[in-house]
Design a protein around this ligand. Structure first.
Ligand SMILES: CSC[C@H]1O[C@H](OP(=O)(O)O)[C@H](O)[C@@H]1O
Length: 347
């Protein structure tokens, strides 16, 4: 069953995004015409999820140079790299953004002797290729991961990893979707995922559309469900995976991984190869985005704390590789030794 919505689409001469800050109550599609609007959409999580951020950034880079009237490639390249660094400041943790921007940068350099108007067209085509590839990759992740799912399974997931977070299908969500489409008897425990409630707002919305049985749970319920035999496997997404398999993902993932290990429950991370960062040796080097305290002290902009309450709001945490059973990728399942087997994905 094809999904009836896309988080991102390129329409003639501009980007259209499904504004995820308005879901699930309103399905608002916003027209994006400038690189500044792309930066703002990523920063405010109107478009979010590691692959989706990369795709949006790729289109944004084209929007940034589309109107440039550079005299030569050298001056064009200066502006291009200025926009690359600008887009990177929107959100630091997901490697897919810098991966997509670097891929376009390399394509531009490979075509540096062509007329600049042609180079710009190649940039847009590369963004579309990154977008289309992600759709195919996420479908393959789902097919590969569904083989790990028993005929009956209670699957716990965290945050949102569906089509909203990618070009289509999702990552961990794609595994759940494909297992369901293969008529496996699955049920999902969906973490609400404080503070921005991607699970309550977005994963619930996607599970209902896919007609997959689920219960929304508070993040603090996960341990009790695991400890009372109600969880058969945990599948989460990722924002950046280091060369040794240490994984940065939504805050709360580390706690789930430790609880899963304690309860002998398989813990899988589903991700495209574009989320691996071989230049980062271990999770200790991954920059964790810290967001505004108001996201913790308010819900839907309504205060839930006394005035001037201090709050600490890391958007991600890092799960050491020892807590991870395996990685579900478009090239198959990666099991320990992670450093060796992750490197082998790219050979
Ligand atoms: C398929 S990547 C989804 C990944 O991104 C989410 O973070 P955010 O909602 O802040 O963009 C979360 O870490 C998910 O696992």
């Amino acid at each position: 069953m094809e999904q009836s919505y896309e988080s991102i689409s390129w329409q003639e001469d501009h980007l259209v995004i499904l504004d995820q800050t308005q879901l699930p109550l309103r399905e608002i599609y916003s027209d994006i015409h400038t690189i500044g609007q792309v930066w703002d959409a990523i920063k405010k999580l109107k478009v979010r999820g590691a692959p989706a951020i990369g795709i949006a950034g790729a289109y944004g880079l084209y929007l940034g140079v589309r109107e440039l009237e550079s005299k030569n490639f050298t001056s064009f390249n200066v502006e291009l790299n200025r926009w690359i660094e600008y887009l990177k400041t929107s959100r630091p943790t997901a490697v897919n953004l810098s991966w997509a921007l670097e891929r376009i940068n390399q394509t531009v350099y490979a075509n540096k002797d062509k007329p600049l108007d042609e180079v710009k067209k190649i940039m847009l085509q590369t963004a579309k290729t990154i977008h289309d590839e992600d759709k195919r990759v996420c479908k393959q992740i789902g097919e590969n991961g569904a083989e790990l799912v028993e005929k009956e399974a209670n699957i716990l997931t965290h945050c949102n990893t569906g089509a909203l977070a990618t070009g289509a299908y999702g990552t961990a969500f794609s595994v759940i979707l494909h297992a369901h489409q293969q008529e496996k008897d699955i049920h999902v425990w969906a973490d609400e995922t404080r503070p921005l409630l991607q699970g309550a707002r977005l994963t619930s919305w996607e599970l209902k559309k896919a007609e997959i049985p689920f219960h929304l749970i508070t993040d603090s319920s996960a341990g009790a469900l695991m400890n009372t035999g109600k969880v058969d496997m945990v599948i989460v997404g990722a924002d950046r995976v280091a060369a040794n398999g240490d994984t940065a993902n939504k805050i709360g993932t580390y706690s789930l991984a430790v609880l899963a290990k304690e309860n002998d429950i398989p813990f899988y991370v589903a991700l495209p190869l574009s989320t691996f960062d071989l230049e980062t040796e271990t999770g200790e080097e991954i920059e964790i985005e810290e967001r505004e305290p108001e996201e913790v002290t308010h819900i839907a902009k309504s205060p839930i704390t006394p005035k001037k309450t201090d709050a600490y709001n890391p958007a991600f945490d890092v799960t050491p590789n020892k807590y991870i059973t395996g990685f579900i990728t478009e090239k198959g399942i990666v099991e320990p030794d992670f450093k060796e087997n992750i490197a082998a994905l790219f050979k």
